[in-house]
Design a protein around this ligand. Sequence first.
Ligand SMILES: Cc1cc2nc3c(=O)[nH]c(=O)nc-3n(C[C@H](O)[C@H](O)[C@H](O)COP(=O)(O)OP(=O)(O)OC[C@H]3O[C@@H](n4cnc5c(N)ncnc54)[C@H](O)[C@@H]3O)c2cc1C
Length: 476
Amino acid sequence: MNKVHNVGIIGGGVSGVVVALQLAELGIDNLLLEQKGNVVNGPPFCHLHAGGNLYPDISDEQCRILMKESIKMARLFPQSIDERPTFISVPKTEDYLVDHIEDRLDMLVDYYKKLIEEDASNAILGDPEDYYKIYSEKDLDALAKLPTVKRPATPDEWMTNAAKLIDYNQLKMPVLLVQEYGWNMFRLGAQAQLAIEKADTCTFKLNTKVEQVIDVRNQGLGYNWEIHTNHETYRVNYLVNASGFRTGKFDESLELDVHCLIEFKAAYVSKWQPIEGLIPELIFHGERGTPHGMAQLTPYREDYYQIHGMTEQITLFKSGLVESIDGAQPIFNEEINQKLDYGWNKDEIKTRTEASIDYIAQFVPSFKTATLGGPPMYGAQQIPGSDVNLRVGEVSFPTQFYARSEIIKASSALTVANQIIDKMQQEKVVSSLLEKINNNSFLDSVSKDEIDKLASEFTDVRGYPKALSRLVIERE
Ligand SMILES: Cc1cc2nc3c(=O)[nH]c(=O)nc-3n(C[C@H](O)[C@H](O)[C@H](O)COP(=O)(O)OP(=O)(O)OC[C@H]3O[C@@H](n4cnc5c(N)ncnc54)[C@H](O)[C@@H]3O)c2cc1C
C-alpha cells in the first residue's frame, strides 16, 4: 500500500477542488480523487448569486451570506466571473411585491458597503451606489427609443438593449437592474485543475472512483480511513466527503445518521440573434414549481443563451426531488438515473429545449426564433436537512476525522474549506499554527491563456459549444 496522506478528498467538484487548493496553500499533504476525467463536471452553475436576488423568498440572512461568500469566491477565481448585470422583474400575474425586493436591495447595499469597509478588495461588484438601479415604465419607453449599444457599459446602456426586446407591459413596475454577475463553471474548473496540477502537496487522481471507505480509527494502524478505489487503496488520517449528491452513499456505509434532499434539475442551451448588442441576464420572477415558476435567460458568448424555467416541464422534474428515507442516500427513479449516468435522448432534449424557448418568449416575443444550441446543462445537487428552499448549505462533521461538504450554491465552497481546516486543527490532524504565506499562489499562477485553452477543451469533451467556455465580458 502507498503512503499515508493527511487528508483524502472524495470528489473533484467545486467543493473538493477548493478544499484541495486551500490545504495545498497551507502545505498540507492531501489526496484528491475524482471519478471522471476532469474536475467541476457535476451539476452546472452560471450565477454567482452575490445577494441572492434570484430568490425573492429567502431570508435576508441567506442573501447576506450569499453576497459575502460569492465575493470571496470571485476573488479566488476572477477569470470565471462574467461582469454583466441582471434585469429583475415581477410579472403582473405574480404576488411578489417589487417594494419588498427594493427594501432587500437597500439592505444589501448597506451590507456590501460594510464588506468593502472591512476589506477594499471586496469591491468586486462595483460602487455600492450602483449595485442596483430602478426603472419606471416611462424610463423604459425612453430607453427603448435610443440606438442599440453594442458593448453596454452603464446600467442605462444595458437597459436600452433589454427594453427593446422585453414586453414590459406584462410586468409590474418598476423593474430593476442589479449587479448580479454570471459565473462560468468551465473556466473555474480549468483554473482549479491547472492550479492543483502545480501543487506539490496535492496528489491528484482523475478517473478514480471511490468504491468503499473503511473506518479503521480504532485499530491503531497510524491512520484512520482506508479508501478503496477502482485502481488502488489509499490510507488517510482525515476524510472529506465532497461527492456532491452522492455523499449519502459513504455516510450510509459508515452507518452515519444523516438526512438530506437531492434534486435533479436542467437548464437548456439555445442560439438566438436578437440585436447587435449585448443584453443583461433576464429574470421574470414566479413561484417555483408552479406552471408559472421563474423564467431566466442567461447570455453567453456568440449568441448562445441558457434558459431556466422553474416548472416541471422545463428545469424541474416530476420526482426530481427526493429525500433520505431508509438510509442516508436518497435514491432517484430509473429515468433520472439514466440521464445522470448515460445522458438524454435526443427527442427529450428537443422537446424540453423548445418548451423552454416558448416559456421565455412569453416575455421576450422575438425569442420565439431561438433554436436548439446544444445539450442541456444538468445534474443533481444536495440540500442538507429537509427544507427545499434552503440556499446556503455548508458542512457537517457527523463523526471524528470526517467532514461532509453540503454546499447548495458553489459560492459556499471556500467557507466550507476553511471550516474543514479549522476542524482539522481542533482535532489535531494538522498543526494549529498554520499560516498562509501567499493566499492563492497556485490559482494566481495560472494564466488567462491557460484557462482559455483548458476551458475550451472542457466544453469540447462534454459536448457543448466552445463559446460556452468564454465570458461575455472578456477580462484581461
Ligand atoms: C441546473 C442547476 C443549476 C445550478 N445553478 C447554479 C448557479 O447558477 N450557481 C450556483 O452557485 N450553484 C448552482 N447550482 C448548484 C451547484 O451546481 C452545486 O452547488 C455545486 O456544483 C455542488 O458542488 P459539489 O462540489 O458539492 O458537488 P459536485 O459538483 O456534484 O461534485 C462532486 C464530485 O464528486 C465526484 N464523485 C462522486 N462520487 C464519486 C466517487 N465515488 N468517487 C470519486 N468521485 C466521485 C463527482 O464526479 C463530482 O465531480 C446549480 C445546480 C443545478 C442542478
